[in-house]
Design a protein around this ligand. Structure first.
Ligand code: PMP
Length: 285
């Protein structure tokens, strides 16, 4: 955690892991003015690295701040972090935030923007669920309307209900929680997108009020390459009764089969296994 050897890139410098700290009056701590990325390196190369850096810039823009490092500079910094850590397979976390400064109120235009990048080893996000199929609880919270909050930003503020939903799920013996959206449609898990299979075709919620994950987009492309029909559409929760297979996608989650959501059961079927393997091959190629 914080008390360990290693280096973290902060604002252009490599600092000791233990010294990578922020002040208590950091604006982001008080008002969630921070955006981040979760990335994975395989065989020394970050999968979709540039798209992650571009999304970080996009997310910052949605929160009305500008990261003082270009996408190219972030790319160089991430490579440096991996090299310094001596890791070829790693999770990479880039985070940008409004720091401490003259503004202690809601406005923060005069406070500096910071960027940090850390990398560490992180195995299967859902542990052995990756083989058996994860069990999901249904969250009591809803993914909000795009008129409520910038839903396509990977911003800390959007994760408040992810943490509480995941805690509630874990207390019930589940690995994660599934959100419905503000209209009642199936949305996403707390850190991953969701797919269903029925009669050899794939159905996934339309990403109109949540993060359109890079893994989601990759997997849709892989399915289409295999000639499998993919329907991006609004999905009602009771449709889950008729779905045969289900999986989650995300940088950390990769492709994780789902065995159960509330009272709905799914098999870890051939297509789920096939797409998980194809994704694994792609990220390592
Ligand atoms: N939704 C949420 C809420 C997430 O945190 C993530 C992980 N970044 C995803 C979806 C999947 O996004 P990606 O495939 O780009 O990692």
């Amino acid at each position: 955690y914080d008390d360990r050897d290693g280096k973290i890139w902060m604002d252009g410098k490599m600092v000791d892991w233990r010294d990578a700290n922020v002040h208590i009056l950091t604006h982001a701590m008080h008002y969630a003015s921070s955006v981040f990325e979760g990335e994975r390196a395989y065989n020394g190369k970050i999968f979709k690295s540039r798209q992650h850096s571009e999304r970080l810039h996009y997310s910052a823009g949605e929160l009305d701040f500008e990261i003082p490092f270009s996408v190219d500079e972030i790319e160089t910094a991430k490579a440096l972090v991996l090299k310094e850590a001596g890791l070829t397979d790693a999770y990479v976390r880039a985070i940008a935030w409004r720091g401490a400064g003259p503004d202690m109120g809601v406005a923060s235009a005069r406070n500096p923007v910071h960027l940090a990048i850390a990398a560490w080893e992180w195995g299967a996000y859902y542990g052995d669920a990756k083989m058996k199929g994860a069990k999901l609880d249904i969250s009591k919270w809803k993914r909000p309307s795009p008129e409520t909050i910038p839903v396509h930003a990977k911003a800390a503020g959007l994760y408040m209900i992810c943490t509480t939903s995941k805690h509630a799920a874990e207390a019930k013996g589940c690995s994660d929680a599934l959100f419905m959206d503000y209209r009642g449609y199936v949305a996403e898990a707390t850190g991953a997108n969701i797919f269903f299979v029925k009669d050899g075709e794939v159905h996934t919620p339309l990403a109109d009020c949540f993060l359109n994950g890079l893994t989601r987009q990759t997997v849709i492309g892989l399915l289409k390459d295999k000639g499998i029909a993919v329907h991006e559409r609004h999905i009602m929760p009771d449709e889950m009764e008729g779905f045969e297979q289900c999986w989650l996608t995300g940088t950390a989650a990769e492709v994780t089969p789902v065995g159960q959501i509330g009272d709905y059961h799914f098999e870890v079927g051939a297509l789920t296994r096939d797409i998980a393997e194809t994704y694994e091959k792609l990220v390592r190629s």
